[in-house]
Design a binder for this molecule. Sequence first.
Ligand SMILES: Nc1ncnc2c1ncn2[C@@H]1O[C@H](COP(=O)(O)OP(=O)(O)OP(=O)(O)O)[C@@H](O)[C@H]1O
Ligand SMILES: [Mg+2]
Length: 421
Amino acid sequence: MSEYLWAEDPPVGSAPKPPRDMTSLSSSSPDSATPIVVVEADPSIRSRLAMQLGERAVPVDSLEGIEARYKQSFLLVLGPSCVVGATGAEDMLARRGDIGAILITDDLSAEVFQQAMRSGVRDVVAAPVDTGQLNEAVRRVTQTLQPSAPMVSAPGVTPGAEGDPAEGGRVITVFSTKGGAGKSMIATNLAVLLAQRSEGTVALVDADLQFGDIAVMLKLAPQHTIVDAVGSFERLDQGFLESLLSTHQPSGLKVLPAPLEPAFADQIVAEQVNEIVNLLRSFCSYVVIDTPAYFNEVVLGLIEESDDVLLVAGMDIPNIKNVKIGLQTLRMLNTPMEKVRLVLNRANSKVKLEVSEVERTLQIKADALLPSDVIVPQSVNKGMPVVIDAPRSAIARSLEQLADLFIPSNEAAAPKRRGWR
Ligand SMILES: Nc1ncnc2c1ncn2[C@@H]1O[C@H](COP(=O)(O)OP(=O)(O)OP(=O)(O)O)[C@@H](O)[C@H]1O
Ligand SMILES: [Mg+2]
């Protein structure tokens, strides 16, 4: 597919910006905010198509789990690697009039066209496709979509947020482009709260492969790490993966720790981490992922795979500068901005920087504000998440509010709540 030619350069970010929380839309009519899922196995074609389609395009390599993730109307753009008549979308397209599909094909013959129409595809476009032609097809097909069945959801909570394992759990990546911003503290505490609240299994993956410290923060002495999962990749299945997870007894959280030696990180590639996360989401309600403070292949793969990306920023100028660059990078990579949630850490500090100023600079509203509190390093040093060590502290309450975005505390499974003391 390397000879695949593109008719023009994509207009980055030219598509209309979707509302920040598409789930809170009361109307379920398809419109210019309808998400577009680009399905293509070839990574370069996939990202190019996504760039042509602008901010609301979500690039994926297969159809797996898509219907579960998008309960409302959406558009599928099937790239040239999708075999017409065997795309796997036929059944879904036949059942749901609120999903539209456009096929892009290298071979626009009458036969392919007929087959595509029989499969429920609403438009077929020959490759190479130019941006105008593609967006025109998107506009046409969007107009033909039927409204989705109405659905009610709690404010700020994405449909499917309960992470029903039957539909694939929700993947939440905690990321920052600044070291020491508080990623690991937030990932551990959020994962512990979700484990306490959720009826299903919750997993925490330490994808800071060189310097991960989740195991230390949770006072675990792991028998296995992600290296064992990768080392036996060929025979990795649910049972085997479960046997590699360490249990954080006070909360029931399942943890896949980072390698014990930084050198082992080189043995792990992005595709393997993504497959492990996919396997975890097949039996967990939530998979929370901690990451290093820079973009690498593993982080990019995880961001693409995630339902939510918690972007953590501290309240100082270098932090904001780096996070702004991180946000620009995410936009350039066509990460759907509605899945990015800004978390401002140490937000009460008297640092002469206002939250509103930071939001204006970053052009994104903060979804959570976490205060600075000396109890945080104290709990880290005890190996106890602060939400267990000091549940009534202001920082613990703010972390509870962050967890409310995923499982409102009034819906939490009360009997599963466990405390350290
Ligand atoms: N809200 C807070 N109040 C006080 N201390 C905090 C707060 N958040 C984080 N810290 C402290 O800051 C330090 C860095 O936090 P953490 O390890 O979570 O950051 P990180 O982003 O994961 O860092 P790295 O990039 O090194 O992985 C820790 O010692 C932690 O205790
Ligand atoms: Mg960390």
